[in-house]
Design a protein around this ligand. Sequence first.
Ligand SMILES: N[C@@H](CCC(=O)N[C@@H](CS)C(=O)NCC(=O)O)C(=O)O
Length: 194
Amino acid sequence: MYRVIGTAKSRAFRVMWMLEELGQPYEVEPALPQTDDIRRYNPLGKIPALVDGDAVLTDSVAIMTYLADKHSGMTAPAGTPERARQDAMTLWLVDEMDALLWTAAKHSFVLPEKLRVPEVKPTVKAEFARNADRLAGMLRGDFLMGDVPSLPDILASHCLGWSLVAKFDPLPDSIKPYTKRLRERDAYKAAAAR
Ligand SMILES: N[C@@H](CCC(=O)N[C@@H](CS)C(=O)NCC(=O)O)C(=O)O
């Protein structure tokens, strides 16, 4: 059985959601960032980690990619042009959504107070709002890569939800039906119930 190290209120939720989509059993071992509980698995002190037998894997996107490839679900096959397009979408989300949320978090509570620059936050929020609207225009059917959901949809949905928790601007109307569609999935609800 897979073991997800982290908490559901973190990027570990992406991994839990992916495991639910793939129908794989898992247990969650709670660990907070920068504690001995996570440093046993990731010397960087970052969550999440995944334990699969003897293998310990880190980084939510790397773990989701591993699981999707291993179980042939929620992804285009590796080595295909469609996979390259999917990976480009994933990396755009990392650059233009996750990185903005992380910058805001760092300048709100992660960095030592003397290193925080709160003035950066309005710029970060404005960029995020622009990118959320752009995302709506990138849908290729019901989901980002076509008519079936895939890894970037989990990532996008998680980032959009995180932006609300972080008190970014309300989501543009253009993206709301997409987020609703994803949150109505059984796999999302099952992961959230954990
Ligand atoms: N790119 C990594 C980022 C992991 C990360 O920064 N996780 C946060 C919690 S969601 C954390 O552990 N932060 C602690 C730190 O950076 O010191 C991923 O997607 O897993």
